[in-house]
Design a protein around this ligand. Structure first.
Ligand code: HAM
Length: 424
């Protein structure tokens, strides 16, 4: 057999050692924040019927047109790896009749998403989102709480270089007039635009506003705020009132339309200039029509999602201090069979007392065992050889100063725990 080297798929990451500490840090804050805001966790499947995303995210979007991992399973069903979490939450809300729990229902999720995009710094094909959704409330209070929650998540992570942009894209009724105005504006420019825009002009003219290629034309386009009906306008004004009262800085960007079709009224993004070209950290908004559109009773909703790879990039670039790497506190180094049995027994006792204990399962000499124990950052090593078994003792080595003690095996655990307390 000849050797083959199998690499990970482009746009994916292996996260381990120092990197995983950043993830644990962020994930702990996700759980804390969600708990403090009284959101409960939902875990939905990583794959869903393709139709769910086509209908929710929208046929005319880049996500559905170009970026979905779609395949046929062995039963001939069309399956898609979820490109985002909101559609699945809405489906689960309907399927499990969460509406009967009484409104509002506040849910959060955290997990991998998949989009076939061109990989670059901060843009992956498998990435992770923390998302939160409030279902059942039409009030701008819900929009405010969602934005405020995303905001305080960033504050908790000590990410300060982030700016909130908000817009209202109205309801389907006021959007029709706006679409007509946009079509008029773009009609004499269309011939020089990219093929995607030419197609989107017919399928969903709003998408022209987030084209990466023809973005130069956006500045002269009509703005949606001039087309809002009075209900949508006052909804948007009220959200701004709450943001101001909470001291949350924002900028209105009336060309912010988001890349997913389900949005109504509020759309928002939090961007950070420290991120480079993929500067969007948080995306969210209201989706009052989605639940009904995919088969449920009419139910207004609003939510956000945060990209965790981008969070980790920021934490690293801003040198945010996180708890040091999780190292084992004690390493057990044994020489011989009986000695190893004793070693496993000590490990069991220490673990019961909450001590992280590494057992060296390599049969090698003392020097190499010690070298590895210090490489993994053990604070104390326990040495168990012939003499230790015969005299029913254990040799305890404090790694930072090299001091060594022999202790009766009955006192081993108490001694180690005390010593660890002294060292830290
Ligand atoms: P989104 O703006 O498509 O919204 O994604 C939210 C966040 O996910 C982005 O701001 C970014 O941080 C991260 N993200 C997206 N694509 C990638 C990628 N290829 N690589 C790395 N990070 C990425 C949504 O997904 C909506 N479901 C948000 C929402 C929840 N709206 C209402 N509720």
């Amino acid at each position: 057999m000849h050797k083959v080297m199998i690499s990970r798929i482009k746009g994916t990451q292996d996260i381990a050692f120092e990197d995983i500490d950043y993830w644990h840090f962020a994930e702990e804050i996700i759980r804390n924040i969600s708990h403090k805001y009284a959101f409960t966790e939902i875990r939905t499947p990583i794959f869903e019927a393709t139709e769910l995303f086509k209908r929710s995210v929208g046929e005319s979007t880049d996500v559905v047109q170009k970026e979905m991992y779609t395949f046929e399973d062995k039963g001939g069903r069309s399956i898609t790896l979820r490109p985002e979490g909101t559609a699945s939450v809405a489906r689960a809300f309907i399927e499990n009749s969460f509406i009967n729990l009484g409104s509002p229902v506040k849910l959060f999720y955290s997990g991998p998403m998949f989009r076939y995009e061109k990989p670059q710094a901060g843009r992956l094909r498998q990435f992770h989102q923390f998302g939160a959704e409030i279902l059942g409330s039409e009030s701008p209070l819900a929009d405010f709480e969602i934005i405020e929650m995303a905001y305080s998540f960033l504050k908790e992570l000590k990410i300060n270089n982030a700016k909130l942009f908000i817009n209202s894209i109205g309801c389907p009724a006021c959007r029709e007039d706006y679409k007509t105005a946009l079509k008029e504006y773009y009609s004499d420019k269309l011939a020089g635009m990219c093929p995607d825009c030419q197609r989107r002009y017919e399928t969903n003219v709003l998408r022209l506003l987030d084209c990466k290629i023809d973005k130069g034309l956006v500045q002269g386009a009509p703005g949606i705020l001039d087309y809002l009906d009075s209900d949508c306008r006052s909804h948007f004004e009220e959200l701004q009132w709450y943001l101001e009262r909470a001291g949350i800085d924002y900028e209105v960007d009336q060309f912010l339309v988001r890349g997913l079709d389900y949005y109504t009224r509020t759309a928002f993004e939090i961007r950070s200039s420290s991120l480079g070209s993929q500067d969007q950290l948080v995306g969210g908004g209201r989706y009052d029509g989605l639940v009904e559109y995919i088969g449920g009773k009419s139910c207004p909703a609003v939510g956000f999602a945060i990209g965790l790879e981008r969070i980790v990039m920021l934490l690293k670039s801003e040198n945010v201090r996180i708890n040091g790497p999780e190292t084992s506190e004690v390493a057990i180094l044994t020489f011989g069979r009986e000695e190893s049995v004793r070693g496993f027994d000590y490990a069991k006792r220490l673990r019961k007392m909450g001590v992280s204990t590494f057992v060296d399962v390599m049969e090698r000499n003392m020097r190499n065992k010690m070298k590895h124990a210090s490489r993994i950052g053990a604070k104390i090593s326990l040495l168990i050889g012939k003499e230790e078994i015969e005299r029913d003792i254990v040799t305890i080595k404090v790694m930072n100063d090299g001091s060594q003690f022999q202790v009766d095996s009955d006192y081993m655990a108490d001694y180690v725990v005390d010593k660890l307390r002294d060292i830290s």
